[in-house]
Design a protein around this ligand. Structure first.
Ligand code: G6P
Length: 489
């Protein structure tokens, strides 16, 4: 954290993301503040608390307009205000075209390659362009200097870097792409591929989670734009501009010991009691947004196969899936939810006896502290994304296990698998392999669990979210310094 503050000394920081860190919801008991399920928010929030600044985001909550001042500003977090949140309000058409349409029916499946066909409509594209311009205008309006540091988050804002650069040529624009980047052939089906690449190259620094995604991006740029790529220096020169393209693996804030948190034995008892399970029930946990990229169907199939292959586990093992509904107005997500529910029901019918059900599916909102109790109470955590930029749930599970017990099952197609080698790494498409990994996890000796968990804990503690942001900001500070020297010559 200290490093972060040094890097930022005196610089103005503006963050832009679609998702806001605090959603204000009207309830019969007044306005409630919720934290959305989003890896992006988990990471960037921690950084903003440490370094202050202004965060510009889409005002999505039903009660937002009651909570802001005349400039659409509100100080957050509610319990300890340390930075400013500026909401941009979108019309129904804008939200439909830009967020649901182009971002989530186009770019999301395009970049994830989870075998869901991307949809590209020119009407959505027009809204995407328009909303990017509206957010760029908000950045420009919020900037107090002509050279702010602007941190642009994710696939919702591919065009914004160029738009901000046009008005604030001296700004340091750091864009971080939180989802995977596909190979050039896959990306090439996007009708507006050149515009997207051109928009992103308005950035000073462009970050991806892994070297692999960075390479895919450089290959894509090489294929579709006239640029010069210096692999050694990690730069793309395009027109008169230079963009540094680098991997910055994202992480979480390493948790401070939480006063009053239940010890692991108490967490285990609390969760089993809440779920009416026997005290010695073996527990698996999955925590995801209800999204087709997360491999929830394959995970349930692996549970089913494990129970088939190892009947000794029937009655003894329960898998709890917490799945926060997301983007629910899209057909693809509604169909996915129906598939997940039907599969859980079928597996439950097949193996139920008395009050025993092998799968418990919970789709309501869960607070961070509740999730941590689940993580601490479980034998195994299953992260089986079909494709994922990083996946912070894997890191949160590890951070929650200060008892150095518990096994992580991790998809080889997550960015996290490049760092957490001591997890049981699986191909989520291979159901037998998933089943055997689950069985192995449930029977893993405590010593082996400790050895694996200890190594992973050290890694996540050291490579935490402050280091993620710190490395980007250090690179930015170096470039700014060079620029200052150059302008004096
Ligand atoms: C991913 C994206 C984030 C997004 C999150 C939740 O992690 O990279 O940008 O915030 O999913 O999705 P939502 O559409 O609910 O914001």
């Amino acid at each position: 954290k200290t490093l972060l503050n040094q890097d930022l000394a005196g610089d103005e920081i503006l963050v832009v993301s679609n998702r806001e860190p605090y959603i204000h919801v009207n309830t019969p008991n007044g306005v409630k503040v919720q934290r959305p399920a989003s890896g992006l928010v988990t990471a960037v929030e921690a950084v903003m608390r440490a370094c202050s600044g202004t965060w510009i985001a889409h005002g999505a909550g039903s009660a937002d307009r009651d909570t802001v001042d005349a400039n659409d500003h509100v100080r957050v977090p509610p319990e300890n205000p340390s930075y400013t949140l500026r909401r941009v309000w979108l019309s129904k058409e804008e939200e439909q075209g830009y967020y649901y349409g182009f971002a989530n029916e186009g770019l999301w499946p395009l970049c994830h390659i989870a075998h869901v066909r991307p949809v590209f409509r020119s009407t959505d594209w027009a809204e995407y362009v328009r909303v990017n311009q509206r957010f760029a205008d908000a950045v420009i309006a919020e900037a107090r200097s002509d050279n702010p540091v602007v941190l642009v988050q994710d696939y919702h804002f591919a065009l914004l870097p160029r738009m901000v650069r046009a008005v604030l040529p001296k700004a340091t624009i750091i864009t971080f792409w939180h989802i995977p980047w596909p190979n050039p052939e896959s990306f090439g089906i996007c009708p507006w591929r050149e515009e997207i690449l051109d928009g992103m190259l308005g950035s000073t620094i462009l970050g991806f989670h892994t070297p692999f995604h960075r390479k895919n991006f450089l290959d894509t740029v090489d294929r579709y734009l006239e640029t010069r790529i210096e692999n050694e220096a990690s730069t793309v020169s395009y027109g008169n501009e230079l963009t540094q393209v680098k991997p910055y693996p994202i992480s979480i804030a390493w948790p401070e010991p939480a006063p009053g948190e239940c010890d692991v034995a108490a967490c285990r008892a609390e969760i089993r009691q809440a779920l009416s399970l026997p005290a010695d029930q073996l527990l698996g946990i999955g925590v995801d947004r209800l999204d087709y990229t997360k491999g929830i169907v394959e995970r349930f199939q692996a549970v089913e196969r494990m129970l088939e292959l190892h009947p000794d586990m029937v009655g003894k093992f329960t898998f709890v899936q917490i799945a926060a509904p997301t983007r629910s107005s899209l057909d693809e997500y509604q169909n996915f939810e129906a598939r997940v529910r039907a599969l859980a029901q079928r597996i439950n019918q097949r193996f139920s006896s008395g009050s025993y059900l092998p799968i418990i599916l919970k789709t309501e909102h869960h607070e961070q502290a509740q999730l941590r109790t689940y993580f601490r109470a479980s034998e195994v955590c299953s992260v089986t994304s079909l494709h994922d930029g990083m996946n912070l749930v894997a890191k949160e599970f590890i951070a929650a296990r200060d008892d150095e017990q518990g096994v992580l099952i991790l998809s080889q197609f997550t960015g996290a698998a490049r760092e957490l080698h001591e997890a049981l790494i699986v191909n989520p498409y291979h159901i037998e392999e998933g089943a055997e990994a689950l069985y192995r996890a449930l029977r893993m000796p405590q010593d082996e669990q400790r050895e694996r968990m200890r190594t992973m804990r050290l890694r996540v503690r050291d490579f935490n979210v402050y280091r993620w942001a710190g490395r980007m900001l250090q690179d930015a500070a170096r470039l700014r310094q060079r620029e200052r020297v150059r302008s004096r010559i």
